[in-house]
Design a protein around this ligand. Structure first.
Ligand code: CTP
Length: 482
């Protein structure tokens, strides 16, 4: 009772009363008030400092949860500048945290609150109402946010806004604009299409500028997103690089290995960033899956099977363009990606088996690859439907991700003992282009930590495969005729 009276003197009388009620008077030993707060704490600033100071003052012991990069990406917070280690170090330096933990998943807060026997959950007032559900577990306190400062503001101040120009006005360009809006540090400036009317229509719809002349377009932008027909990629990338622009190009970037090599060399020479936009490579779930596969969880990888089919109408460009249409040119980049990532680029044999549609184009293609210690098959189809899945077989078990594995949100690890199944999930937001745009922008801003997600060598190898396919299909000469 004496302890209780002592506590009554303190400002958190209500909270203590609740605590005693919950736990019974015998448990007085745990009267230390534990507070928890969470955040990214990127580019640590005064707002963070003041938040931590006030959170600490709410009790006796402060636990700070710092988010991982993968978690931030998955919840749509893109372009975080500082690494996890730096952000932890900065929270530590503030001197307010008694303990620092990592926040890596959604739903972790409830478990942390229970595990650490938390009394108060504190967070800035920008979250008011969002965490009321935690009132079932502890007291929720929203602390007034410090005005006129945020990591977003600092990120924008530290790195100028990059103006993106789009070449092409097709479906993918339509999807790009709303996704780019979610990435900090970029703004879509305008569009170029040699068919001026299409450019004007597109520009009106998205409230951007339309450019009639390529030279004018280059003058107005810092970055070029190439979303034009496949056969025009090489020319546009080259001229954009020659005009000193960074380039993000839709897949397949080019259809000849030598061209890919030449463009990457040119970019390197000019100190510019060139990215092939295969969105799967940058999506958080796929990245997580590769992490498991590459770290020996299912042993050494011996077989990879990837399948992606998407039925297209007979009159679409994909099924009528005799040179650049067909399943492999359209979907091959996706199905080859996990194979290249896991078994590498040094395959010994490659074979293409195709089923042709009325126009003579491949409506279904199976690529078989032989490696020194593994095999792989990549299957894609625009006119034949199959089960889209990614299967990675290793010496200890296998990983399986069902369709749409190319927008990975869920996968399972299986072992010899069939009851041993590990399940993993990750978020994939919107159209997913935001992840590649964000990695592209970070690379331009000097943070090269995303480059490994799709290396130059992998892109060059992919171009080589496209070339081998064109050769096998005898389309090679045809592209010259156009
Ligand atoms: N915070 C605050 N005052 C600010 C900025 C942040 O009190 N001016 C608080 C947030 O409400 C949160 C914690 O600090 O409780 C960590 O926030 P975080 O999201 O890492 O910082 P922001 O600056 O809000 O980051 P961003 O701009 O990326 O959203």
């Amino acid at each position: 009772m004496q302890v209780l009276m002592g506590v009554v003197e303190k400002k958190y009388i209500v909270l203590y009363a609740e605590k005693f009620e919950l736990q019974g008077e015998e448990k007085h030993e745990s009267i230390m008030i534990k507070v928890i707060t969470y955040g990214t704490f990127d580019l640590f600033h005064e707002g963070h400092y003041r938040l931590l100071k006030r959170a600490k003052a709410l009790g006796d012991y402060l636990i700070v949860g710092v988010t991982t990069e993968a978690y931030d990406k998955a919840r749509g917070k893109l372009n975080v500048v500082d690494s996890l280690m730096i952000r932890i170090e900065n929270v530590k330096k503030s001197g307010f945290a008694d303990e620092i933990i990592i926040e890596e998943t959604q739903g972790q807060k409830v478990n942390d609150i229970r595990k650490f026997r938390i009394d108060i959950f504190a967070i800035g007032s920008d979250w008011t109402g969002e965490f009321d559900y935690l009132n079932d577990y502890c007291k929720v306190v929203y602390l007034e946010r410090t005005k006129n400062i945020s990591s977003t503001m600092l990120r924008e101040k530290n790195s100028p806004i990059h103006r993106i120009g789009i070449i092409g006005t097709g479906r993918i360009a339509e999807r790009f604009i709303p996704e780019a809006k979610l990435v900090s540090g970029v703004s879509t400036q305008g569009v170029y299409n040699p068919h001026t009317e299409s450019a004007i229509r597109f520009a009106d719809k998205w409230e951007i500028s339309a450019y009639r002349e390529l030279e004018e377009f280059y003058k107005a932008v810092d970055i070029v997103y190439v979303a034009s027909p496949h056969e025009t990629h090489y020319g546009y990338i080259k001229s954009a690089l020659e005009h000193g622009k960074h380039v993000l190009c839709e897949k397949p970037m080019v259809l000849k290995q030598a061209q890919a090599q030449e463009l990457f060399d040119l970019a390197r020479e000019r100190n510019l960033v060139l990215f092939e936009g295969i969105k799967t490579a940058f999506c958080p779930g796929f990245h997580k899956l590769l992490g498991f596969a590459s770290s020996g969880t299912v042993g050494s990888i011996r077989n990879v099977e990837a399948c992606f089919t998407k039925l297209e109408g007979k009159e679409t460009r994909e099924l009528t363009d005799r040179v650049y249409g067909g399943s492999f040119i359209e979907l091959g980049s996706y199905v080859m990606l996990p194979i290249l990532k896991l078994l590498g680029k040094d395959f010994e044999e490659i074979r293409f088996d195709t089923i042709r549609g009325e126009q003579g184009l491949d409506i279904f293609t199976k690529v078989s690859l032989k490696y020194p210690s593994g095999i792989a098959t990549a299957t894609c189809g625009l006119g034949v439907k199959s089960e889209g899945r990614l299967l990675i077989a290793g010496t200890k078990g296998y990983i399986v991700a069902e369709a749409p594995w190319w927008k990975t949100t869920y996968f399972e690890l299986h072992y010899e003992n069939s009851s041993q199944v590990e399940k993993y999930s990750e978020r994939f937001l919107g159209d997913g282009l935001r992840y590649e745009i964000s990695d592209f922008i970070s690379t331009i801003n000097g943070n090269s930590s995303s480059e490994f997600k799709l290396t130059r060598e992998e892109s060059v190898t992919l171009a080589g495969m496209m070339e081998a396919f064109m050769k096998a299909e005898k389309r090679e000469g045809l592209d010259m005729e156009r």
